[in-house]
Design a protein around this ligand. Sequence first.
Ligand code: 5GP
Length: 360
Amino acid sequence: MAGLATQAFDSLPPHQKSFLRSLPKAELHAHLNGCIPLDCLIKLALDASKSDGPQPPLVREALQILKAGLNLNRIEDGFKLFPAIYHITSTPKAIALATSAVLDFFLEPTSPGVPPQCVYMELRTTPRSTPHMSRKEYLSVVLGEVVKRGGKASLIVSIDRRMSPQDVAECISLAIHFRNSGQPIVGIDLCGNPLSGNMKAFHTLMDAARDAQLPLTAHIAESERNTAQDTAEILSWSPRRLGHATFLDADAVLKVSREKIPIEICLSSNLVSKTVESLSAHHLRSWLELGHPVIICTDDTLLFKTNLVAEYALLLARPPLGLGFEEEEIRRIAQMGFRYRFHESRKTWNAVQKIARFKN
Ligand code: 5GP
């Protein structure tokens, strides 16, 4: 079953398809374990069953749901699939293969003569300890794959809202440690079930990440049940980008627009998760009308059966399949992906370090 964005892409005439394919794009909001190509995940599950015995029901059911396509009632339902995916990617070998497949999916041509979906990506993932590896080993394996892509890929370290402050501290320390040893870590992300956790408990830790020159992107106001206090707390961390920002209250809208904090927009994700009723009701349009920076992203290509070219097709296709934007407007939107990437802070940080070493 094709996703909504794929249907929009399929509706386009050939010249518009090639316009979208050849448009240089940057992917800034993609979760590693949410973007594993389905055939890769199935193969990893099979490999695991060869060494560990029959697949647990959790894994069998999740694979069936993913093959059929998700039918969510609320955003929290999507999170129920991650325990099964995590079961499959719990070894260093599996997470290395998964990372490599995700990077190929975004950065390599899908077939001869067809450009890759994007020319640069900031992949994000939550450092996870399993019976087979520590958080440090997890990050080291993922980074080992990211560095192979040269300057085309960087990593953002995700903090899950359910983590204890001790776990958050460990993840931020690891991010600083790897970044200081020259690894391509460019920022910190706040993600996870939007209704979980007490964000006040993370305040000092997020300040510490910022002080260490790791910019923050935060999922914010993703659910209508997120409170204005939760939103205000996250904004008090001075995030450099925001994910979704679907249900910002009036004060938050004012702050975000005054400070021009770019918003990562994931259209298919919002539609499938039913946090936005329809494309025409999506908040993207009103932010663009304000001249506010936005970046078009995929979020979880595995869950939402999408890809970055197809997300752009949702901008270009005629209503009701798409928003009917002009090519020139879409070109301008794509450029924002490069303008607001964290990659530049990596360059600045390297320069600061070089100067510091020279001074010492
Ligand atoms: P990982 O960080 O393990 O590579 O990617 C999966 C994780 O990303 C999930 O467990 C969840 O915490 C986070 N995630 C994926 N999609 C979303 C989303 O749409 N919203 C939020 N808040 N978190 C997400």
